[in-house]
Ligand binder design. Structure first.
Ligand SMILES: Nc1nc2c(ncn2[C@@H]2O[C@H](COP(=O)(O)OP(=O)(O)OP(=O)(O)O)[C@@H](O)[C@H]2O)c(=O)[nH]1
Ligand SMILES: [Ca+2]
Ligand SMILES: [Mg+2]
Length: 731
């Protein structure tokens, strides 16, 4: 600010100084004489030219590099060459730089140079120039004046002085000698021209006076303007200073604010960082604590580990010892199991043999009975013939009685009192029980009668006494005891929970001495219906025996089904089964002989308690319904629950829907049967005893299942520690 300030301030000074040039320029034109004027003008012109040349030279000196202008630096380089100080040179530059752009063009330099060179920086030189001119003029005038001055009287002096006063030259001219000489010369040489000269002088001086006044006025105006300008500049400067100051303050204020904000921000950040650092430190401490704890734990665990390892080793040794013991025990158990199995099989085979022998015995007895019947008939016929003759009749009657006496000791005698009695009893039973169908009694009646041609059909002499009052007793068969009290006793009254005695066949036989098993069939020899089914069974002895109990509502076709299965026959209008009956049939299942002991139960309600007893020793159960009778299907659930009640769910159950041949009257859709079987995990078939459809297939399925189940049970019992699971039937 100082530089422009200095420049701005210095300019009016320069101008002020420059104003002093005016009178000098005027002074130069004041020479009154033409020649002198011309001479002076010439000299002036010459001086100006000289100065111009000098200025050009000086410019070239300054602009050493030939740039075409002079910078402030160029000027400062002249410091050494010129007798001027650096400040003075600076001032010179500022004065010369008219437009203030920091460069001096050649024009600026030369115009400014003359003024500066002569007036400011080297006033002595200007004065010298003037003195030189003055001296030169003085010499001219003196040379002339010296000739005339001596002549000039005091008159002339006073005259001239008067003229000067009149013209007021004192105000304008400093040195009147030149004019005085001229005036004296003219008065002396050409006195007639004096008045003209004086007029000329008057005119000149008045003009000069005017010019002087004008100049003064101008000077005054200029000064005033400069003062105003200076004042304005000063004012502007001050204003500017003020503005700068205020801006500076504002800037400072803003800066401070910004700085404060920033410092606050930074402080906050720092605080945050410090907190973070503290947290981190705490965390680190915590982690360190955890680390040490873990380290400690690790040590403890290590110790524990070693302890556990030792224990483990000990336990392993113990385990080894125990496993050895267990293995021994297993081997023992295995051998025991094998023994038990062998015993069981032997027992079963014994049972089978006994059953067979009993059956054969029974067949023999039945044959005897038939023979006796024949005999009886024959005797009766004879008696009838002889009845008309009294004597002969009496003899005949005696013989007849003798024959009865003789049969009453036989096995059948125990069962059958006589033809008539038996018949009436059968009829009586039908009335008592309200059986809609005629009932076949016990097991034995039909096979033999139907086995022997003609025997099954009622003879021409009246209805054949088919029903036989006997229920087979085998192994745990409780019926003999139940029936001992007399057949008239209703079977439904028998105690439900009477324990099934595990008596052997031997015991049974001993307990019923009146039965007096026929001596023609010694015990141990197989008898029974097996012989009837011989053509289907293999000649070799069966490997195993399964007891299967057949249940279902009355008239669903159980007996018919069994007949179809064992004899491949169907007899319509079968009598309802009384009590229980059984058949044995050996079938071939996967290259092994399986004897099936099929227990045919009575479906009628009053025999239920007997049936219930038989479930206990059953290996399998067949529940049958009549697919043309909805009620029989509805009863299936009851049958199933009574089976479950007796044996749980350990025995496989085969569900059979019979009478498939009678599709017209079907009441139970196949889907229902299937669903029921699926829900209860049963084997399911729809079959027909009439056509034989699915009779063999269904029973073989059950037999195979039983065999496989037994096989797995055997395997599992050998492998101790792997308990056998109950196999699914319908899988
Ligand atoms: N259409 C037809 N009728 C049959 C079939 N099976 C049995 N029947 C007849 O159904 C009736 C009853 O037969 P049974 O075999 O005595 O019936 P059950 O189940 O033994 O009867 P209970 O001994 O009283 O339990 C008889 O009239 C048979 O002829 C069959 O598959 N189709
Ligand atoms: Ca300039
Ligand atoms: Mg029956």
């Amino acid at each position: 600010m100082a530089a422009p300030d200095g420049r701005v301030v210095s300019r009016p000074q320069r101008l002020g100084q420059g104003s002093g040039q005016g009178p000098k320029g005027l002074g130069a034109c004041l020479h009154p004489l033409d020649s002198l004027e011309q001479k002076e003008t010439q000299e002036q012109t010459l001086g100006q030219l000289d100065m111009l040349r000098k200025a050009q030279e000086f410019f070239q000196t300054c602009d050493g590099e030939g740039k075409g202008f002079i910078a402030r630096k160029d000027m400062q380089r002249l410091h050494k060459e010129l007798p001027l100080s650096l400040e003075e040179l600076e001032d010179v530059f500022d004065a010369l730089d008219a437009d203030g752009n920091g460069y001096l063009t050649p024009e600026e330099f030369t115009t400014g140079f003359s003024h500066f060179f002569f007036s400011q920086n080297n006033p002595s030189r200007e004065d010298a120039g003037e003195q030189v001119a003055q001296r030169h003029e003085e010499k001219v005038y003196q040379s002339r004046g010296n000739e005339d001055l001596g002549d000039m009287g005091e008159d002339e002096e006073a005259q001239f002085q008067m003229l000067m006063d009149r013209l007021g030259a004192q105000k304008v001219l400093e040195d009147e000698s030149d004019v005085k000489q001229l005036w004296l010369q003219l008065k002396k040489d050409e006195p007639h021209l004096l008045s003209n000269f004086e007029d000329f002088l008057t005119r000149i001086f008045s003009q000069l006076q005017e010019a002087h006044e004008e100049k003064n006025e101008l000077e005054y105006a200029l000064k005033r303007k400069i003062a105003a300008y200076d004042e304005e500049i000063q004012h502007l400067y001050e204003e500017m200073e003020q503005q700068i100051k205020s801006e500076k303050e504002q800037f400072l204020l803003k800066d401070t604010e910004r700085f404060q904000a920033r410092s606050q921000e930074l402080e906050q950040k720092l605080l945050c960082k410090e907190q973070e650092l503290e947290q981190l430190t705490q965390k680190q401490k915590r982690l360190e604590g955890q680390c040490t704890a873990l380290h400690h734990d690790k040590h403890e665990t290590k110790a524990e580990n070693t302890k556990l390892k030792l224990t483990n080793q000990e336990l392993a040794r113990e385990l080894e010892r125990t496993s050895w013991e267990l293995q021994d025990a297993q081997q023992q158990l295995e051998s025991l199991q094998q023994e038990a199995c062998k015993l069981h099989q032997e027992k079963e085979m014994e049972v089978y043999r006994v059953t067979e022998s009993l059956q054969r015995e029974k067949a023999g007895l039945l044959k005897q009975l038939d023979f006796l019947r024949e005999r009886n008939k024959h005797l009766r016929d004879e008696r009838d013939i002889c009845f008309q003759k009294n004597k002969a009749a009496k003899a005949n009657t005696a013989a007849s009685r003798a024959s009865w006496k003789k049969r009453s000791g036989s096995v059948i005698g125990k069962y059958v009192d006589g033809r008539g009695i038996l018949r009436s009893q059968s009829e009586e039973e039908e009335e008592v029980f309200g059986i809609p169908r005629r009932s076949s009694l016990g097991l034995s009646g039909y096979p033999l009668t139907e086995e022997e041609p003609g025997a099954g059909e009622p003879g021409p002499g009246g209805p054949y006494p088919r029903p036989l009052r006997r229920i087979i007793s085998i192994e745990e068969d409780p019926l003999p005891q139940l029936l001992d009290g007399g057949f008239e006793q209703p079977l439904s009254e028998c105690p439900e929970e009477e324990e099934v005695s595990d008596q052997g066949v031997q015991g049974q036989i001993q307990e019923a001495p009146p039965l007096k098993l026929t001596p023609t069939s010694p015990r141990g020899q197989p008898v029974g219906k097996e012989a009837l089914c011989k053509e289907e069974s293999s000649p070799s002895a069966p490997d195993r025996l399964f007891k299967i109990v057949f249940v279902g509502n009355s008239a669903v076709g159980k007996t018919s089904f069994l007949r179809r299965f064992c004899e491949d026959r169907f007899s319509p209008g079968m009598a309802a089964t009384v009590g229980i009956d059984y058949r044995v049939k050996t079938v071939n299942v996967d290259d092994s002989q399986v004897a099936l002991q099929l227990w045919d139960t009575a479906g009628q309600e009053r025999y239920r308690c007997i049936t219930q007893q038989f479930f206990r020793k059953a290996d399998g159960v067949i529940v049958m319904y009549d697919l043309t009778d909805k009620q029989s299907f509805l009863s299936v659930r009851r049958w199933l629950s009574s089976v479950e009640e007796a044996v749980g769910d350990r025995v496989p159950v085969l569900l059979l829907g019979n009478k498939l041949d009678n599709e017209k009257e079907r009441e139970v859709p196949r889907g229902l049967g299937e669903q029921l079987a699926k829900d209860n995990n049963l084997i399911f078939y729809e079959c027909s005893a009439y056509s034989g459809h699915n009779t063999k297939e269904s029973l073989l399925h059950l037999a195979r299942f039983l065999k496989e189940q037994e096989d797995t049970v055997r395997e599992d019992t050998i492998q101790v520690g792997h308990p056998a699971k109950k196999k699914s039937c319908c899988g």
